[in-house]
Design a protein around this ligand. Structure first.
Ligand SMILES: NC(=O)c1ccc[n+]([C@@H]2O[C@H](COP(=O)([O-])OP(=O)(O)OC[C@H]3O[C@@H](n4cnc5c(N)ncnc54)[C@H](O)[C@@H]3O)[C@@H](O)[C@H]2O)c1
Length: 446
């Protein structure tokens, strides 16, 4: 099939490359000419394991191309809308202006009978608006929410947990739309990936509801970590024991600095706004609590740092390990690590940040922080080290790796990933979150 992918960011670039690897002829369209020129030359504009290999394969087979001009979508049978839907700058609502611009532009170029498939995460009711933006274009519409996770996006796209097709079940064209989607995803369906067909509202809500559940689980265990600190209990043992119950499971049950990134935070806020509009106060209040527990973890980590510095971080040299919002990505959108680093810098600390992949993105955005390319340079002379993003190389850190570099052997393990006993035996003071030590009230105001 000939397919276009409109919007080639973290979602669209991976989707385009994956579709080409399945044998389709794909053109990726993006308004960012720099991104397009990198992608067209086979370079990923961001770090995503496995993406450059897929881009190279797509380029070599001639099945994958990228462009800024919508003209190239004219021959395509299916068009995927993958543009950003960030949080509005003035409210919790999703900003749909990119989606509107992309849809209106696509409407002018899509051939009659082609199928427009939305993949961006959108509030319930958006499909109706997309239909209106398509105007007189003689195209069919479907919504196919995406569940890939940055860091494992290629694998998630090649072997997804499920495919969700949202279609207009009252529309006579629905069977043709389903056939088109089945043809797009034929290799996945043959491999046994479950396929769920539902109406538009359900498809729109599935993605938001799934993200809200994951965020709830994370904030739940983070609330437990606060309780553990107050009670003298250990949240890592608590979570390990809870997670052995198959009804609960271990995943998304790690207490720590909490979630960030370009999706979960804005999606739960958009979900709140949707619930308010629909008059469902319980979901609004619930998501508000999940959000505030999550953001509160950043305050807790800054407070622990201040406490370990004797009550104030003014003039202290602090090493921050991690700038990306999570490991295996260079994405710094709403990064908890950078948020804590900024809070500490604003409180008067000299903060030095390092990260295996995200330094370039972060140093352009935050000139008030010092960045170092290596762990050793960041730790040199540090009076406190904060592990804020759990990259494998930080998880596997041994006390000997940095003992000679730091000025004081003091560590905040904000992801609870280090073996605290090993570090303590090596002479370090180590603090995690929910490991049985209360944050003093005076420091909690940071
Ligand atoms: N990043 C993820 O892990 C992920 C996972 C599932 C769903 N999503 C959803 O996918 C959507 C995209 O997310 P992302 O992380 O890829 O965002 P992103 O910001 O990385 O990419 C969006 C891209 O759209 C392009 N764009 C904007 N307006 C355009 C237009 N009119 N025409 C063509 N291109 C245009 C931008 O230049 C950018 O490259 C969002 O709705 C997000 O919630 C993202």
């Amino acid at each position: 099939m000939r397919i276009s992918v409109i919007g080639c960011g973290y979602l669209g670039a991976v989707h385009a490359a994956t579709l080409a690897s399945m044998g389709h002829v794909v053109v990726g369209i993006d308004t960012d000419s720099h991104k397009v020129s990198q992608l067209a030359r086979g370079f990923a504009p961001f770090f995503e394991p496995g993406l450059e290999e897929l881009l190279a394969e797509g380029g070599a087979t001639g099945r994958l191309d990228f462009a800024t001009s919508m003209d190239l979508v004219r021959d395509c049978d299916v068009h995927f809308l993958c543009v950003g839907t960030p949080q509005s700058k003035t409210s919790e609502l999703a900003d749909l202006t990119y989606l509107e611009a992309a849809t209106r532009s696509l409407a002018e170029h899509a051939k009659a009978g082609s199928v427009v498939v939305g993949k961006s995460t959108v509030p319930v009711g958006t499909v109706r608006r997309v239909r209106a933006w398509l105007g007189e274009a003689e195209v069919e519409l479907a919504w196919n929410p995406e569940f890939l996770r940055q860091g494992t996006a290629v694998k998630d796209s090649l072997v997804p947990d499920r495919l969700v097709y949202g279609v207009d079940d009252g529309d006579a064209a629905a069977p043709a739309v389903l056939r088109a989607l089945d043809e797009v995803y034929a290799p996945l369906l043959h491999a046994g990936v479950p396929r769920l067909v539902c109406n538009f509202a359900t498809a729109e809500l599935i993605k938001s509801a799934a993200n809200a559940y994951l965020a709830t689980k994370l904030s739940y265990i983070n609330a437990m970590s606060e309780l553990c600190d107050a009670a003298g209990a250990d949240v890592t043992q608590l979570a390990a024991a809870m997670g052995l119950d198959p009804r609960i499971g271990q995943r998304y049950l790690a207490a720590g600095l909490g979630f960030g990134g370009g999706c979960l935070p804005k999606d739960i806020r958009s979900f709140r706004a949707q619930a308010r509009e629909l008059g469902v106060d319980s979901v609004d209040g619930w998501m508000g609590l999940v959000d505030s527990i999550n953001v509160g973890q950043r305050t807790r980590v800054a407070a622990v740092a201040a406490e370990l510095c004797g009550g104030s971080v003014v003039g202290r040299r602090l090493a921050v390990l991690g700038a990306a919002f999570k490991p295996d990505t260079d994405d710094i959108r709403d990064s908890p690590a950078l948020d804590v680093a900024l809070r500490l810098a604003e409180a008067g600390a000299h903060v030095v940040v390092t990260d295996p992949k995200a330094i370039n993105n972060a140093c352009m955005r935050y000139p008030q922080l010092q960045f170092e390319a290596t762990l050793a340079a960041a730790c040199e002379g540090a009076e406190l080290v904060l592990l804020l993003t759990e990259w494998a190389e930080y998880r596997e850190l041994s006390p000997d790796d940095i003992a000679e570099l730091v000025a004081q052997p003091v560590m905040v393990d904000a992801r609870n990933v280090l073996d605290r006993e090993v570090w303590r035996e090596a002479g370090w003071t180590v603090r995690g979150l929910g490991t049985g030590l209360q944050v003093p009230e005076a420091a909690a105001s940071l």
